[in-house]
Design a protein around this ligand. Sequence first.
Ligand code: ADP
Length: 495
Amino acid sequence: MATTSKTKNNTLKLKFDTSWNYAPAPESKSIAAIKDKYDLFINGAFVKSSSKKHFKTINPANEEVLSEVADANATDVDKAVKAARTAYDKVWKKMSGKERGKYIYRIARMVQERAREFAVIETLDGGKPIRESRDFDVPTAANHFFYYAGWADKLEYAFPNRKAEPIGVAGQIIPWNFPLLMAAWKIAPALATGNTVVLKPAETTPLTALKLAEIIQEADLPPGVVNIITGAGATGAALVNHPGVDKIAFTGSTDVGKIIQRAIAGTNKKATLELGGKAANIIFEDAPLDQAVEGVINGIFFNQGHVCCAGSRLYVQESVYKTVLRKLKDRIETLIVGDPLDKNTDIGAINSKQQLETIHKYIKIGQQEGAEMHQSSCALPGKGFFCRPTLFTNVAQSSRIAQEEIFGPVLTIQTFRTEDEVIEKANNTPYGLSAGVWTDKGSKIFNMTTKMRAGVVWANTFNKFDPTSPFGGYKESGYGREGGLHGLSAYVNLI
Ligand code: ADP
C-alpha cells in the first residue's frame, strides 16, 4: 500500500508499506481437464504419431509436467496435409458460405462456453496471469471466430465485383505468447473463405490448441477441415516444405520468418508473416502523465513483455522525463510478480527457461553497454521462471537493448526534445510492428501516425485489439495483415 509523507524540502514522498499484501486469490485448477497424453488431431480424430515420440509440456510457474504431447514427424505432416487436401476438394470449398459460417459460429460459442477452462489451461501452460487469459486471450479468440463467421456468407460484399476463391490448404504455425488467440486469428479467416487448415502450435504451449481440436471434433466440423499437429521447429519446417500446402501463415521470430521465406522462394506458396517488434511508446509533455505511465506498464509488463507489439522502448519528452521516471519507478514497485493463477498477479511466469536465459542475457548486455538499471525490489517465487520488471535509463540509441527484441519485462527509456527527433529515433529500428503516442493534441497524433513506420500506432492507449482491425508489420516485422477485411483477403484469390 502506498502512503505519502513530507520530506525535508517539503515535497511529498511516496512510501510503500510492504507489510500490507493482497490475500491470495488463486483460480481453481479443477476445471482444467488436461490429459496425461495427447495424440495428433488429423482427419477429425486423435491419432498416434508415426514418430511414436512424445515431448513434455510444463507449467513454467512451477516446472511441473502438465502433459506429454505427440511429436509429429514428416510422415504425420504428410497425413495431415493430405487430409486437409481431401477435405478441401471434396467438402469445404464446395460448401456454401452460409453453411461454413454455421460451423464457425458453433466453434465461437463453444469457446465462449468453455472460456474458464481455456483461460486456466492457457495460464497453466504458458505462464501468463489468469487475468490476462481470462479477460483478453479467450474472449478475443471467441470474438475472432464470431467476426469471421459473419463474413463467410458475405464474401461478395467484402470484395465487391470480384469473385473470392479460397487458396487451398493453409499451413499455419504459431508462437507461444498467445496460443489460443493466434490459433483463432489463423483458423477463423481461413475457414470463412473456404480453405482447410493444418495448424502447428508452439512446442511450449500446445494445450489450448489441442483443447480447440476437441471442440472442433464436438462441433462436427467435417473431418480434415482443421488438423492440429504438435511438434517443434522440425515439424514446422516439414509443414512449410510440404508441396501440398498452398499458403503459409506464420507468427514467430524474425529469424524463423526469414528461414520460411527462403524455403518458399520460387514456389507458388503464398505467405503472411507476423514477426518480431521493438515498439516505441512516446510520451509528450502535454500527455496525461498518469494515464500514459499506466499505458506503458500495460504495454510492457502486464504480459511479461511476451508480445511482439510490446512497448519495449519508451521515449519521454525531456521536460517531463524526471516526473515520468519517478512515476514509473513507483509503479513497478507495486506490480505483483508471482503465481499466474492468482487473480492479483500482474506479471506471471516467463514462458520457458530458455526465454528467461535470453532475458537475463539482455539485462547483462544492457549493464555492460553502460545503461543504468532499475528493478523492482519484489521477491520472486523459488520455483519456476520469473523476472522482475526492469527499467534501463541512459540508453544509447545504438545499444543492443534498444535495437533487439528481448521479449521480456525490460523497458529502455530515452528522452527527446522535438517531434522530428522522436520520429527519427522511433523509426530507427529494423522492426515496424507497432507504436504508441501519448499526447493531448490531435494534430500531433496525426503527424506521428503518418510518419511512424509501424503497422499499428495506438494513440493514448496501448495493446488494444479488435477482430475488425488489421494487424501486421513493416520492415523486418513481416508482411501481410491479420484481422479485419485485410485478414480475409490473405486467404483468397480474387478473380
Ligand atoms: P519464438 O521466438 O516466438 O519462440 P519461433 O520463431 O522460434 O518464435 O517459433 C514460432 C513457431 O515457429 C513455433 O511454433 C516453432 O515451433 C516454429 N518453428 C521454429 N523453427 C521453425 C522452422 N525452421 N520452420 C518452421 N517453423 C518453425
